[in-house]
Design a protein around this ligand. Sequence first.
Ligand SMILES: C[S@@+](CC[C@H](N)C(=O)[O-])C[C@H]1O[C@@H](n2cnc3c(N)ncnc32)[C@H](O)[C@@H]1O
Length: 270
Amino acid sequence: MNPNQALWEKGDFTRIAASMRDSGEELVSRLGITKGLKVLDLGCGDGTTAVPAARLGADVLGVDIASNLVEAGNRRAREEGLANLSFQQGDASELHELDDKTFDLVVSIFGAMFAPRPSDVAKEMVRVTRPGGRIVMGNWIPGDPTLVAQILKISSAYSPPPPEGFVSPMTWGINDDVVERFAAAGVPEDKISFARDTFVFNAPVSPSEYLALFKSYYGPTMNAFEAAEANGRGDDLLRELDALFNAQNQSPNNDATSIPATFLRVAVEV
Ligand SMILES: C[S@@+](CC[C@H](N)C(=O)[O-])C[C@H]1O[C@@H](n2cnc3c(N)ncnc32)[C@H](O)[C@@H]1O
């Protein structure tokens, strides 16, 4: 199986996505979505951004590599009675099932950044956007001191080195790399803008219990624990991540977690 697909079908990302609903909805409310807008949500998971976009009246297609998340997304669309929202399986590096110039808005919030071959991903996003349309990406930033960049940094110290030629997803958080990828897809630099933005993870459990969800259900963290445990270092990884989650928590309530994380918002005019 495609290793990228296997990584994201491992565990159950819906358990983490449940803590991302507030910020997903808030972010979508700032995207200028109008009734009938044709939106593609790439690497959509179970619909953190696709569902609120559809609630605002857009015609939304969610595409994700993980079949369990596509299924979960379609279930949410059915439960909410959103006939203008559907999910299907696909790979952001190779969207052969989607026609050229189809979407007014392509959104990818912490999604397409995880696909292999980033230059192909940029080309595919540009190809399926209609001229005059927009692409909006949310990408984690390498070296950033907030939660997700730190989880990935700590985890990598316990994991085997990536295969030869692997391009880190975190490079999507570097302006120059983003410009280079979209330039190769035919978009000039002055059509690309960047802003720092914040996404808040909210969960009705303590930070240590919230970390336990990552350990049991978030593919990248599950893999890090498997690698650490194979080397007798599972407890060290748990201690480091537990300190991180507790230090980043801003909830005044001991039984709740609220952790803001900084990301790079990229907007591209096609
Ligand atoms: C961190 S999750 C974010 C999900 C969703 N955007 C959200 O905010 O809840 C990353 C998502 O990207 C998807 N993904 C990873 N590689 C992909 C690829 N090559 N093509 C499409 N989706 C991919 C994963 O399956 C997963 O749903």
